[in-house]
Design a protein around this ligand. Structure first.
Ligand code: FAD
Length: 514
C-alpha cells in the first residue's frame, strides 16, 4: 500500500513528540511486543525492536496520522459509556430525588454478589428468574454498573475460544502441573478440558441470544461472526484447528478464503482466515444495564453502586462483607470481580493475572469496514458500530492493585491505526475516545467457576478476554447451585468442579482432575 507523503519536518516533529510522551503503558506494551514478535527478551531482540519502533515513529505512524484527526483532549471515557448510565449512583441518586430503591444496605441477606459487570449482572438476572422462595441477593459495585471491562471492551459476543486454542494452552499447562502423565495422556486430558469448555460456551451464546430476544433487550445485538486473520506460517495449524473442532462437533470454528474475508469484513488478507460463525456484536454496557433492569423487577434483588467491598470474613454462619456503607452478613458470596479479584483474595495473585487491553474509537475509519462483524488482524482488533469505528490491542500484565486502570498507550493506538491501514487501505478518522481496561488471565487460560472454600464463597473469573463467552452461563450454573436446584455434577451444570474449580490453580496436587 502506498503511504501518504508527509514532509520530513512533520515526520520529525511527530516522532519526537511521540517518543517524548512515552509512559509506563507504552513500555509495558513494548515488552509484550518484543516477546511476541522478536522472540524474547534479549539484547538482540530489543535492538531489532528499537529499529522497528524508530521506523514506526518517524515513517509509518506520521503517514497514518496524516489521515487521523485526534481530538484535544481525547476522552478517556470508553465509547460505550458515552451513553448515559441509567444505573449511575443507584440507588443513592434516586433516593435524593425521592424515588425508588433501598435506603441503606441490609444487615443480612442470602447472597452478596460483588461487581456489576457481565458476571455480576448475569448472576442478579438469573437469581431474579430462579429464586422462588424470597431468598435475597444484593449486588455491591464499587463504581457504577459496566464501569469495569464490561463497559470498556470491543463489543463482541464471542463463542468462547475455539477448541484447538483451549486444548493447546491446556497441554502446555499440564506439562507443569501434571508432569507425572505422559504426553499422550496430557493431550487426551486437554481435549476433554477443551470439549467441556466449548460446550459450555456454545450454550452460553445461545442463552444470550434467547435472552435478548425473549426480554426484548435494546443492546444492538447482531450475529455476523468474527474474522481472525492468519499468516502463511499459521495455515497448517488453522486447518488442524478447524478439523479438530469439527471432529468434536464444534461447528462454529471454520476457515474462510481471502475473498470471503473481504466480502464479510472489508479486510484484505493474503491467506485463509479463521472464522467464528456464530459470534455476534452488541453494546456491552447496554447488555449489563438491561440485565440489571430485568433483575430489579423482582424485589428479592437489590443493587448498591459506589459501594466498595473492603473485606470478606468467614464466620460460623457464613460471611461478613464489609463496606464503607455498612457490614452485610450472608450465607453465600460471589466474586464477580474478574481482574480485580486478587485485591479481595490475595491468594489469587498468581491465579488471576490482570492484563491490560486497550481501545480507541472515532468517527469515520475505513469505509470498506463492514458493520457488526468482529475483525482481528495479526496485531489488532477492530469493529464498526454505526458511524464509529473501534480499534485496539493489548496484553501486558499489570500489578494486582492496578486492576481496572484506564491508562492506554498512545504508541499502541498509532500502531493499531497503522495496522488497520495496511489491512483496509487509507482512511480518514476523527479519534475521540481512547481507553484501557484489564481482563483476568489464568496460567492455563481456562476460567475458574466454583467455590473458593468448599463452602459458600464462589468466584467466576479468569475468562481471558472472552467474558461474553463464559459469564452468562457460568452465572446461571452458580446461581442454580446456590439455590440448590442442581449440584455441580448435574447434567444441567456446564461448569463441573473437576474442570473449573479454583483448586485446579490454587492447589493442583489436591485437585480432583477429570
Ligand atoms: C479493550 C478490551 C476489549 C475486550 N473485548 C472483548 C470482546 O470483544 N468480547 C469479550 O467477550 N470480552 C472482551 N473483553 C473482556 C471482557 O470485557 C471481560 O471478560 C468482561 O467484561 C468481564 O466481565 P466481569 O463482569 O467478569 O468483569 P468486569 O466487567 O471487570 O466487572 C468487575 C466489576 O467488579 C467491580 N469491583 C471490583 N472490585 C470491587 C470491590 N472490591 N467492591 C465492589 N465492586 C468491585 C468493578 O468495579 C467492576 O465493575 C475485552 C476487554 C477489554 C479491556
Amino acid at each position: 500500500m502506498r503511504r501518504k507523503h508527509v514532509s520530513f519536518g512533520r515526520r520529525l516533529a511527530f516522532g519526537v513528540r511521540l517518543l517524548a510522551g512515552l509512559r509506563k503503558p507504552d513500555i509495558q506494551a513494548a515488552g509484550v511486543y518484543v516477546r511476541a514478535r522478536f522472540g524474547g527478551h534479549n539484547p538482540l531482540s530489543w535492538l531489532r525492536f528499537s529499529c522497528w519502533a524508530l521506523r514506526q515513529a518517524f515513517v509509518v505512524m506520521p503517514a497514518v496520522a496524516a489521515g487521523v484527526d485526534v481530538a484535544r483532549p481525547v476522552s478517556r471515557t470508553p465509547m460505550w459509556l458515552d451513553d448515559a448510565n441509567p444505573w449511575a449512583d443507584y440507588p443513592w441518586s434516586r433516593l435524593a430525588a425521592n424515588s425508588t430503591g433501598d435506603s441503606e444496605l441490609p444487615s443480612e441477606v442470602d447472597t452478596v454478589v460483588i461487581g456489576a459487570g457481565f458476571t455480576g449482572a448475569a448472576a442478579a438476572y438469573h437469581w431474579a428468574k430462579l429464586a422462588t422462595d424470597g431468598r435475597r441477593l444484593i449486588v455491591l459495585e464499587k463504581d457504577d454498573p459496566a464501569s469495569g471491562s464490561s463497559g470498556r471492551n470491543e463489543g463482541l459476543v464471542v463463542m468462547g475460544r475455539y477448541f484447538a486454542m483451549v486444548r493447546d494452552r491446556m497441554v502446555e499447562r499440564l506439562r507443569v502441573v501434571r508432569d507425572e502423565l505422559g504426553e499422550s495422556e496430557r493431550r487426551a486430558l486437554a481435549e476433554k478440558f477443551s470439549d467441556v469448555y466449548c460446550r459450555a460456551a456454545y450454550r452460553n451464546a445461545d442463552l444470550i441470544e434467547q435472552t435478548v430476544r425473549d426480554e426484548g433487550f435494546d443492546c444492538d445485538y447482531a450475529r455476523a461472526g468474527w474474522v481472525q486473520a492468519r499468516g502463511a506460517s499459521e495455515q497448517e495449524s488453522l486447518v488442524e484447528s478447524v478439523e479438530s473442532a469439527a471432529a468434536r462437533g464444534h461447528g462454529d470454528w471454520t476457515s474462510i478464503s481471502p475473498a470471503e474475508v473481504l466480502e464479510r469484513s472489508g479486510m484484505r488478507v493474503e491467506h485463509n482466515a479463521g472464522f467464528s460463525l456464530a459470534a455476534a456484536s452488541w453494546h456491552p454496557a447496554k447488555w449489563v444495564w438491561s440485565l440489571i433492569d430485568a433483575a430489579l423487577q423482582n424485589n428479592c434483588v437489590s443493587l448498591f453502586t459506589r459501594t466498595p467491598v473492603a473485606q470478606i470474613e468467614s464466620f460460623a454462619g457464613g460471611y461478613r462483607v464489609t463496606t464503607p456503607r455498612g457490614v452485610v452478613e450472608c450465607r453465600h458470596v460471589l466474586l464477580a470481580t474478574e481482574s480485580y479479584s486478587p485485591q479481595l483474595e490475595p491468594r489469587l495473585h498468581d491465579a488471576i493475572l490482570p492484563m491490560q487491553e486497550q481501545a480507541a474509537s472515532g468517527l469515520g475509519g475505513p469505509p470498506t469496514m463492514a458493520p457488526h462483524v468482529g475483525i482481528s488482524g495479526a496485531w489488532f482488533f477492530a469493529g464498526r458500530y454505526g458511524e464509529r469505528v473501534l480499534f485496539g490491542s493489548g496484553g501486558s500484565r499489570v500489578r494486582d492493585k492496578e486492576a481496572g486502570r484506564n491508562w492506554p498507550s498512545r504508541f499502541l493506538s498509532w500502531f493499531v491505526a497503522g495496522e488497520m491501514q495496511s489491512a483496509f487501505g487509507q482512511y480518514e478518522l476523527q479519534m475521540t475516545n481512547e481507553w484501557s481496561g484489564t481482563v483476568g488471565y489464568t496460567p492455563d487460560e481456562y476460567p475458574i467457576v466454583g467455590s473458593l472454600d468448599d463452602a459458600g464463597k464462589y468466584i467466576i473469573a479468569g475468562m481471558c478476554g472472552s467474558g461474553s463467552g463464559v459469564s452468562f452461563n457460568a452465572a446461571r450454573c452458580l446461581v442454580e447451585r446456590i439455590l440448590n436446584h442442581v449440584a455441580d455434577r448435574d447434567a444441567d451444570d456446564d461448569y463441573p468442579s473437576d474442570y473449573f474449580s479454583p483448586t485446579r490453580l490454587l492447589d493442583p496436587a489436591n485437585h480432583t482432575w477429570p
